[in-house]
Design a protein around this ligand. Structure first.
Ligand code: EPS
Length: 353
């Protein structure tokens, strides 16, 4: 499976091409609505107030409601771009923003919003992920669910999967939503931004997905998550906590009735164990701030920068469906690769439930 995206935040449209998708998957424009809405801007006061319809057009690869096996092209037309928001900073670098490294690489400044470095690009990842989620669920009973596991220094006190999609933060403890609203309102007023952590988990993954050396499931998940804008860290299972652990506590004991724990995050030696596959993803604070700061312009002059316009005080809030999509795409790819190499082999005894 191969997904490529195209388009700029302030160009006429964004899109993606999905190659290698098996034929026969039932897919219609309505299937994309839920996840695209979950990711979209302007759906709560806590995210960017750009209002995009994010309506999917299926251009190819689907005939009479099912995938044909040929490349699937999806398109979303941008309807609320406002490039003038960027005219004041068209020649300046936002500290902490990819503006600077794009300029160093290409020597061309795209004035259309953040261009390719804008979080708008993630729309198409979510769209592609819808197809992967559907295939994984229908074919293998795999379910991918993410949630926000930290917002600034606030962490969930409880966990109820049933409430994640009932609040704008994807927060698993409904009792804390009022606290988060107040936190975000104060942050927005201050003009500053904050980081966040998303956890995403896939249940129902059979043992055997992933390759032992070059295509480890953990490595592919890491690369996929790190390819999302603003991601600075990815952990699998206990992640960096393993540093202080002893082997006697880290090892997940196997019993006939199941594993006793899941420190490994469902992956051993780069291959799924049959336990839930779990990744934690760290998002940096947004760099487009209303707070002035010294910076340089493209000529190297010292200037003060202030970013106005419509920005997210915390990009991590909208990131849950993006991380789910990337997990689903990696799992689908690994499932297809596993099938290509092992066919139906790979489920050997004993299988720990
Ligand atoms: C973004 C800046 C804002 C956000 C955008 C990401 O865009 P604009 O400057 O065009 O108003 O709204 O996110 C989206 C449009 C989206 O769909 O995610 C940025 O600087 O990354």
């Amino acid at each position: 499976l191969r997904v490529t995206t195209f388009g700029e935040s302030h160009g006429p449209a964004i899109g993606c091409v999905i190659d290698g998708c098996p034929p026969g998957i039932a897919i219609a424009p309505e299937d994309f609505v839920r996840d695209l809405e979950r990711r979209a801007t302007g759906r709560s006061r806590h995210t960017s107030q750009r209002h995009e319809a994010d309506e999917i057009e299926i251009l190819s690869g689907v005939y009479e409601g099912v995938t044909t096996g040929t490349p699937i092209a999806l398109l979303i037309r941008n309807t609320d771009a406002r490039s003038k928001d960027y005219s004041a900073i068209a020649q300046q670098f936002r500290p902490g923003h990819a503006d600077y490294s794009y300029w160093q690489k290409y020597g061309i400044r795209d004035p259309r919003g953040g261009g390719r470095s804008s979080a708008r690009e993630t729309t198409m990842r979510v769209a592609a992920g819808v197809i992967a989620k559907k295939w994984l669920a229908d074919r293998h009973g795999v379910r991918v669910q993410g949630w926000l596991a930290q917002l600034g220094d606030v962490t969930p006190k409880g966990f109820d999967a049933g409430v994640i999609d009932t609040n704008p933060f994807f927060w698993p403890d409904a009792a804390q939503v009022i606290e988060l609203e107040a936190f975000m309102d104060a942050l927005r007023k201050s003009g500053d931004s904050v980081g966040a952590k998303v956890i995403v988990e896939a249940t129902g993954v059979p043992p055997g997905w992933g390759e032992p050396v070059y295509g480890k499931l953990s490595a592919e998940l890491g690369a996929a998550m790190l390819s999302i804008n603003a991601v600075k860290g990815v952990e699998i299972g206990d992640g960096f906590d393993v540093v202080a652990q002893h082997g006697s506590t880290h090892r997940d004991l196997m019993r006939p009735e199941g594993f006793e724990s899941n420190h490994a995050g469902g992956i051993l030696g780069g291959i799924s164990t049959g336990q839930p596959v779990r990744a934690s993803i760290a998002f940096k604070p947004t760099s487009s701030l209303r707070l002035p700061a010294p910076t340089l312009d493209v000529q190297g002059n010292e200037v003060d920068i202030v970013t106005t316009g419509r920005h997210d005080p915390c990009v991590g809030i909208r990131a849950t469906p993006i991380c789910e999509a990337m997990m689903a795409l990696v799992l689908m790819d690994q499932a297809l690769r596993h099938r290509a190499q092992c066919g139906d082999v790979g489920e050997v005894s004993p299988r720990i439930p």
